[in-house]
Design a binder for this molecule. Structure first.
Ligand SMILES: *[C@@H]1O[C@H](CO)[C@@H](O)[C@H](O)[C@H]1NC(C)=O
Ligand SMILES: *[C@@H]1O[C@H](CO)[C@@H](O)[C@H](O)[C@H]1NC(C)=O
Ligand SMILES: *[C@@H]1O[C@H](CO)[C@@H](O)[C@H](O)[C@H]1NC(C)=O
Ligand SMILES: *[C@@H]1O[C@H](CO)[C@@H](O)[C@H](O)[C@H]1NC(C)=O
Ligand SMILES: *[C@@H]1O[C@H](CO)[C@@H](O)[C@H](O)[C@H]1NC(C)=O
Ligand SMILES: *[C@@H]1O[C@H](CO)[C@@H](O)[C@H](O)[C@H]1NC(C)=O
Ligand SMILES: *[C@@H]1O[C@H](CO)[C@@H](O)[C@H](O)[C@H]1NC(C)=O
Ligand SMILES: *[C@@H]1O[C@H](CO)[C@@H](O)[C@H](O)[C@H]1NC(C)=O
Length: 667
């Protein structure tokens, strides 16, 4: 292969015993091993620095210059030095709709930061909710939207101070004039195009400027993002490694750095961008070597011959083929558009030992679920769903494929799928601890304690909040119940089966749409409107809250008193009698603070309000369950509490009376 680029200049001045100026320019990464330290999956791939490895499910890669940068005169100084850097990077996903990750430019006092995680954490940050102050300063080029980190969108630049949640962000783009009214010209950072980035840190001013532009556009006169705050000094130590970090999960995304210039004594030298390689799906053939082209030519001839023979056989064997169950395993075009990974039927047979009865985990409304083991020893759950129309399956796949993009710690992650005739097999992460209902009802010896229950409720609330508000379109779960809440290794709650209910409403005439869901969890308005909404999900969530706190199923026909049959009515009655805490599960008595139980039960009741408009949103629910309760006293609880005091139970038809009226339960 002809070297397209030359290693222009690697200039490094090292004074013995002390770190001095750091000034270098890699116009390509040929022969840069002596200067670059590679951590984990990072590789020098001929002329470029490649951060992650496609074949690893979870991949982390970091690359640092071997020499450290002096950032402070002494470790306790509050003065920090300045530097200037520019580099060219490219982020190319295998599937453009897959979840994005991105990369960061980083300054760190260690090449192995504590608790660094893959996935959306860039292989650099930890998931600590209150990150420690350690010397780690990064500029993220983030192409995934993680609402839990307050990401504004899936294409932004941010300043991170040892925390994946940015201090400041800006949509990716550039301004081509310094005037304040200049419009941002957007730049897509996730289509493989080469992007030139400039980062300038002005130490005395504690100011960082970040500028980006597509390669070919000269340096924009105005920075995209300016962050100015003396707090930066806390995240800088006297000597720091400088480099890049990235990570990915199941979905392939190639994060590359093509050239890098750095200086701590002045402005970083210009990169010669004329001959940088281009990585994009369209132009990937442009960098092929003559050998590869020859190979392809020979290959094409071969394929042509194969096609001709195939045609010949096809014509001869046409009649015979017609008789076979032709569309059995044939992959149709539309199926290829979908992802995550499409498993072959054989792979799943192997994984589940031929769908053996021993591997059966359960059989529910939507089909059977088998436990499986993939060749790499990963355990999965394979859910088999059958449907009588392929059209229905197809629409469902469209839905699922968009849901495959939903990634949240409180959702059961889908790994892939397979179709065989009208049967769809969905492959999910295996949840070793089974479903929540078993820990409340079926295991008298291993009953879940109050702390565990409360944590799972918060987890589920966060997962559902993500479905409702974390995505550009609202995703309605439609079937929230305790048996759809699964517990992972750490006994954290995860919501499963989202969207499955929809399969059963697709393809039917709108006026005959059946209500799908589970009795006892269905919001009353579904009896008449039959169109599930986010509010009807909130209702079902409210039922789960009551169920988990009271340790009682939503409907228990065995109860003698009619009022006790329906859980909501019973709790509501207790509430009217101002003894709501009495509804809590007897078996966990003494483990909780009465106020805490009371607050959660009230929240459950608020979610089960008969009028959908009076129910809180999941965002509000999360604020109560997870957030700082004092800071986020939501309106529904406030109004309830104030009206509570006036004239509860006198049935005067005022708002309080109305809120407490029993719901019409759908039976
Ligand atoms: C890289 O190093 C090898 C051997 O030292 C040398 O032959 C080659 O020309 C170098 N490549 C570049 C681009 O400098
Ligand atoms: C990626 O990882 C696989 C398995 O861990 C390894 O065999 C392969 O060499 C790696 N590829 C690169 C480019 O590092
Ligand atoms: C910094 O620490 C050194 C000793 O480690 C001490 O002599 C010096 O006074 C300290 N400077 C400040 C500003 O605290
Ligand atoms: C952080 O990640 C670790 C390792 O994956 C996990 O054990 C821990 O529970 C996580 N903590 C939080 C707060 O999510
Ligand atoms: C990096 O900084 C942290 C926190 O200040 C410190 O505990 C750690 O020892 C430092 N590591 C190195 C390699 O200097
Ligand atoms: C900035 O970009 C806009 C749109 O591309 C163009 O119309 C305008 O002339 C540019 N201005 C300058 C100063 O280059
Ligand atoms: C950052 O940008 C601002 C506004 O353009 C400019 O005034 C300042 O000098 C820049 N600072 C650095 C460190 O480049
Ligand atoms: C950039 O590199 C090309 C060859 O790759 C060379 O022809 C050109 O003169 C260089 N430009 C500058 C400004 O050095």
């Amino acid at each position: 292969m002809v070297p397209l680029l030359l290693l222009f200049l690697v200039h490094l001045t090292i004074f013995p015993g002390s770190i001095s100026a750091l000034d270098f320019l890699f116009n390509s990464f040929f022969n840069a091993t002596d200067f670059i330290q590679l951590i984990d999956d990072a590789r020098l791939d001929s002329s470029v620095l490649r951060l992650t490895n496609d074949s690893n499910q979870l991949s982390i890669g970091r690359a640092f210059h071997r020499s450290r940068l002096r950032m402070k005169p002494t470790s306790n100084s509050t003065q920090i030095s300045s530097f200037s850097t520019s580099f060219v990077f490219s982020i190319l996903p295998e599937i453009s709709t897959s979840p994005g990750f991105g990369l960061v430019f980083v300054l760190s006092n260690t090449t192995e930061p504590d608790g660094a995680l893959s996935g959306q954490y860039f292989g650099l940050f930890s998931n600590a909710t209150v990150p420690a102050i350690v010397p780690l300063l990064a500029v993220e080029f983030d192409v995934g939207q993680n609402p839990e980190f307050n990401d504004p969108n899936n294409n932004h630049v941010g300043i991170d101070l040892n925390n994946v949640e940015s201090k400041k962000t800006a949509d990716a783009g550039y301004y081509n004039s310094t005037s304040a009214s200049a419009n941002l010209i957007p730049v897509n950072m996730r289509n493989g195009q080469n992007i030139h980035a400039w980062i300038d840190l002005d130490g005395p001013q504690f100011e960082i400027n970040v500028t980006i532009a597509p390669l070919g556009v000269s340096r924009p006169p105005r920075p995209l993002l300016t962050f100015r705050d003396p707090v930066i000094a806390n995240y800088v130590s006297s000597e720091m490694y400088v480099g890049f970090s990235a990570s990915k999960t199941t979905w392939v995304e190639a994060q590359r750095v093509l050239a890098w210039s750095f200086s701590d004594t002045g402005v970083a030298r210009d990169i010669n961008t004329t001959n940088l390689p281009v990585f994009s799906l369209e132009t990937s053939s442009s960098s092929l070597s003559p050998g590869a082209i020859a190979g392809i030519t020979i290959g094409s001839v071969f394929v042509l011959i194969l096609c001709l023979s195939a045609c010949y056989y096809w014509f001869c064997g046409k009649n015979k083929m017609k008789e076979q169950e032709y569309d059995d395993d044939e992959i149709e075009d539309w199926e290829l558009e979908y992802w995550p990974h499409r498993f072959s039927y054989e792979e799943l047979i192997l994984a589940t030992k031929g769908f053996s009865a021993n591997e059966l985990l359960g059989a529910g409304g939507f089909g059977r679920v088998y436990k499986g083991t993939l060749p790499n020893d990963t355990q999965v759950a394979v859910k088999c769903v059958s449907h009588d129309s392929k059209q229905g399956l197809r629409e469902f796949m469209a839905e699922i494929s968009s849901m495959g993009r939903l990634q949240h710690k409180n959702l059961v992650q889908m790994r892939g799928w397979c179709r065989k005739r009208n049967e769809l097999m969905l492959v999910y992460d295996y949840m070793p601890n089974g479903s929540l209902n078993r820990w409340i009802f079926d295991k008298p010896k291993k009953l879940m304690n109050w702390e565990g229950r409360r944590r799972v409720l918060s987890d589920v609330a966060e997962g559902l909040n993500y479905l409702h508000h974390g995505w550009d379109q609202v995703v309605i779960h439609r079937d929230i119940k305790s048996s759809n809440i699964l517990l992972d290794n750490d006994m954290r709650g995860r919501l499963g089966d989202f969207g499955l209910a929809k399969l059963y409403t697709h393809g039917e005439a709108p006026n005959t749409t059946r209500v799908v869901g589970t009795l006892g969890y269905l919001a009353p308005e579904l009896a008449t409107v039959a169109a599930p909404t986010a509010a009807s999900d909130v209702y079902s969530f409210g039922v789960v809250v009551l169920e988990v706190v009271c340790g009682r199923r939503p409907i228990e026909p065995s109860k003698d008193r009619e009022e006790e049959v329906v859980l909501i009515d019973w709790v509501r009655e207790k509430y009217v009698e101002r003894r709501v805490w009495e509804a809590a599960d007897e078996r966990i008595k003494g483990e909780y603070k009465v106020e805490d139980v009371e607050a959660v039960l009230k929240l459950g009741l608020a979610c089960c309000h008969p009028d959908p408009l009076h129910r809180p949103t999941m965002r509000e629910v999360v604020a109560v369950l997870v957030g700082d309760e004092a800071a986020a006293v939501p309106r529904f609880l406030l109004s309830e509490v104030t009206e509570d005091r006036s004239n509860i139970g006198d049935g005067g038809g005022d708002k309080a009376g109305e809120e407490l009226s029993p719901p019409q339960v759908l039976v």
